[in-house]
Design a protein around this ligand. Structure first.
Ligand code: AP5
Length: 190
């Protein structure tokens, strides 16, 4: 099973990705976690991307693709991607790599949460430099400018759906699972 989670900062991508990975025995691959790990460990790559992550700007596509290639290829039983793609360019680049390998995405899940709730969650979490009020505001602007067009690009594809991300995490999870099971790709013939 190969899934994508798309949603604004704080919409619950990481939370839902963990639940889906445990439920279906697939790998949870988070672009943000991988980037933050490099920053924490002060690798050469981490030094290159730190300023982008701290300011809430998108890291350049080529760097993000570099960091994801290995875990995605290694995830032979499937994966749930959390935080990638987040632009139309990233989606097109990923499709060009995956399609010849027969590894293109099978479902894209959009988590929909109102902006005041997103801000409340992120301020309550306080993960680091990027959870300050000013950077949260910027991350939400970047989402509106760069990622909302991705939702429009995917709109109308039968494997893309939106769930209400404002419900408690377990309810969001069950909603996602029931929607996945209704997709032709995963439904078993009667
Ligand atoms: P990334 O780590 O992807 O951050 P984000 O998109 O801003 O999302 P968050 O991790 O903040 O939130 P989330 O949606 O995962 O929610 P979570 O489950 O944690 O990216 C960070 C940075 O890396 C980017 O700004 C960029 O610089 C760079 N980057 C990453 N990917 C990139 C890419 N593809 N291209 C370029 N740059 C990239 O939940 C948040 C909080 O809410 C938690 O406290 C949680 O407990 C709580 N919560 C979750 N669900 C619920 C619920 N249903 N009800 C109540 N509380 C909930």
């Amino acid at each position: 099973m190969r899934l994508l989670l798309i949603g604004a900062p704080g919409s619950g991508k990481g939370t839902q990705a963990e639940l889906l990975a445990a439920r279906f025995g697939i790998a949870h691959i988070s672009s943000g976690d991988l980037l933050r790990q490099h920053v924490r460990e002060r690798t050469q790559f981490g030094l290159q991307v730190k300023a982008y992550v701290d300011k809430g700007d998108l890291v350049p596509d080529s760097l993000v693709m570099d960091i994801l290639r290995k875990p995605v290829v290694a995830a032979r039983d499937g994966y749930v991607l959390d935080g990638f793609p987040r632009t139309v360019d990233q989606a097109q680049a990923a499709y060009a790599v995956a399609q010849p390998l027969g590894a293109e995405v099978q479902a894209a899940i959009h988590l929909d949460v109102a902006q005041d709730e997103l801000v409340r969650r992120l301020l309550a979490r306080g993960r680091g430099a990027d959870d300050s009020a000013a950077v949260i505001k910027h991350r939400l602007e970047v989402y509106a400018e760069k990622t909302v067009p991705l939702l429009e690009y995917y709109a109308g594809r039968e494997w893309m759906f939106t769930v209400d991300g404002a419900m408690p995490p377990e309810s969001v999870h069950e909603d996602i699972v029931s929607r996945i099971r209704k997709l032709d790709t995963f439904s078993t013939p009667a």
